[in-house]
Ligand binder design. Structure first.
Ligand code: HEC
Ligand code: HEC
Ligand code: HEC
Ligand code: HEC
Ligand code: HEC
Length: 417
């Protein structure tokens, strides 16, 4: 009796005290998270892109910085650039939707519209070093039309009134300067090696294309990014100029199925040889990275491949199926942790097996797709951030059907790479 009374007498203040302690701990935790751990963007900062390229003046002899004006004399290069993703880096609907999701934070512009002339505000620093508190002044030289051009010619070529390039002997109506970096990977590193920030645990960085390339088999053989992404062409560099070793300004990548097929070889075989009705047949799909100097997929963590095996019955119904994915698996909140990845490094391959009982009238169908974003991310971007619903989000790279009644693979039905 005595014991019981004592307990009930003390119960209230003790509960209250623990509640206060818990609330304090939670509040402190939330404050520490918001102040020190939470990162408003999925990458860290580096000196070379933390500032925009300072405002540039139109070089002597020219009338404008716009790509179209360069195209008066560099017609072919301009036409190539215009079809490239670099020219879309600002208007790209995926960029616009994700930028909106990130509350149009300033830092994105330094790689997607890297010239200060393309940005309405000049960022001179950050309060307390925090990216979400930029110190800004209006930019008197902001050119909204140039902003639409994304990674425009001047972003890579114009500095302080001089047009820099790979030649030491050009004869041009504008000032020119020679810089060996145009023939090295240094010019791509600036934007294509995006580092991790504090409390972000990626295997290499959110987009670590350069890191995947460096030390790999292609880098060892003297390739640069340009070898594959800017194919060589013998032609005049400007209308009416002498023949030159030039490079086509195409930069094809994950938005172009033909380019992905150049990287990925897909082959379906049955290592056990011919079969008879009733046999359990073991099919093998080999995915080889035979043509990219880095992992496939590379870059943006949303990119992935899916592989789908389907057994189709006599009436066209799917009897059984199995799906595999090649990509990266990340936890995004409360901190970024890359749990696992199975992307394919250069010149390596990955095998997938599917076992099925051979039956006449049944078909095995194998489909390999490349996805620019996940279905879930696309739905979220459409619903909340105005991504146009019609935007392309995947390509079919390979499709093959095998008649399980046939006894062997008819290679004739293969399609794709
Ligand atoms: C009125 C014609 C004209 C216009 C406009 C023009 N260029 Fe040129 N440019 C030339 C000529 C001619 C050459 C020299 C070609 C040669 O020597 O083979 C040249 C050379 C170059 C080179 C090579 C420089 C080097 O030494 O390596 C680059 C890069 C270049 N231009 C970029 C641009 C850019 C960017 C623009 C627009 C901002 C532009 N050009 C506008 C005519 C023009
Ligand atoms: C992402 C950076 C980048 C952009 C954007 C870019 N270039 Fe280039 N440009 C290069 C590189 C790298 C080279 C060196 C290619 C080589 O090795 O020949 C080059 C070379 C050139 C040359 C010399 C000829 C040649 O192919 O080597 C000219 C002229 C030129 N660019 C004009 C332009 C024009 C005009 C635009 C816009 C329509 C433009 N560039 C956009 C990176 C860029
Ligand atoms: C100023 C920053 C910048 C520089 C310099 C730059 N890139 Fe890019 N690059 C980008 C951005 C941003 C995108 C994505 C644009 C988009 O999809 O919105 C891109 C896209 C690409 C793609 C296509 C990816 C796809 O999704 O299809 C390739 C390939 C590529 N770049 C290669 C290169 C190479 C090679 C170089 C060096 C010669 C280079 N880039 C230099 C910023 C840059
Ligand atoms: C041996 C040829 C080769 C070399 C070297 C190479 N690439 Fe690629 N790259 C490819 C092929 C093929 C693809 C298409 C496959 C894909 O998109 O996954 C590709 C895709 C890409 C993409 C598209 C990724 C996306 O998000 O869709 C980017 C960006 C890229 N490369 C940048 C680079 C950079 C930067 C370098 C130099 C550090 C480089 N590449 C070196 C062949 C090459
Ligand atoms: C350090 C340079 C850099 C910065 C900063 C940067 N990006 Fe990019 N971004 C790239 C490059 C390079 C690519 C293309 C190649 C790849 O997939 O890695 C790209 C691709 C993208 C893509 C994929 C486009 C497509 O069509 O699939 C989106 C979306 C994107 N960036 C959004 C953003 C947003 C939003 C920010 C700011 C929070 C940002 N980027 C900041 C360099 C940068």
């Amino acid at each position: 009796m005595w014991r019981k009374r004592r307990l009930s007498r003390n119960k209230r203040p003790r509960t209250l005290r623990s509640a206060v302690i818990v609330a304090l701990v939670l509040a402190t935790g939330a404050w520490v998270y918001a102040e020190f751990i939470y990162q408003p963007v999925i990458f860290g900062l580096r000196d070379d892109f933390v500032h925009a390229v300072p405002n540039q003046q139109v070089p002597e002899g020219l009338t404008s910085l716009s790509a179209e004006s360069c195209g008066q004399c560099h017609r072919e290069i301009y036409e190539e650039w215009r079809t490239s993703i670099h020219s879309q880096a600002h208007v790209d609907p995926y960029y616009q939707a994700y930028w909106k999701k990130d509350k149009n934070i300033w830092i994105c512009q330094n790689c997607h519209t890297p010239l200060q002339n393309q940005q309405p505000l000049i960022v001179s620093g950050m309060k307390n070093g925090k990216i979400q508190h930029p110190i800004t002044t209006p930019n008197p030289e902001y050119d909204p039309e140039l902003q639409q051009e994304g990674i425009t010619c001047a972003a890579c070529h114009v500095r302080d009134g001089v047009i820099y390039g790979p030649y030491a002997d050009s004869d041009a109506p504008h000032p020119t300067g020679y810089d060996p970096k145009y023939r090295t990977t240094e010019i791509c590193y600036w934007c294509h090696q995006v580092p991790s920030g504090p409390f972000q645990f990626y295997n290499g960085g959110p987009c670590a294309t350069f890191l995947e390339f460096e030390g790999g088999p292609y880098a060892k053989r003297g390739y640069t990014c340009q070898s594959c992404h800017m194919p060589a062409a013998q032609r005049p560099a400007a209308e009416g100029g002498p023949m030159r070793d030039t490079r086509r300004h195409l930069w094809r990548g994950g938005h172009f199925p033909e380019m992905i097929k150049q990287a990925l070889q897909v082959r379906l075989t049955n290592p056990g040889g011919d079969w008879q009705t009733g046999d359990k047949v073991d099919f093998q799909l080999r995915m080889t990275n035979g043509g990219a100097g880095h992992k496939i997929p590379t870059g943006d963590p949303d990119r992935h491949f899916t592989i789908l095996f389907e057994e189709i019955g006599p009436d066209g119904e799917v009897v059984a199926s199995k799906k595999h994915q090649i990509g990266r698996w990340l936890i995004w909140k409360p901190i970024i942790i890359e749990l696992y990845e199975n992307r394919i490094p250069p010149l390596e391959h990955r095998d997938y097996h599917y076992k099925v009982a051979a039956k006449p009238g049944h078909t095995l169908k194998v489909t390999v797709k490349y996805h620019i974003v996940t279905k879930r991310a696309k739905r979220m971007l459409i619903k909340k951030f105005d991504l146009p619903a019609a935007v392309v989000d995947h390509f079919v790279l390979f499709e093959q059907e095998v008649d399980l009644g046939a006894g062997s693979i008819q290679q004739m039905s293969a399609a794709g790479a």
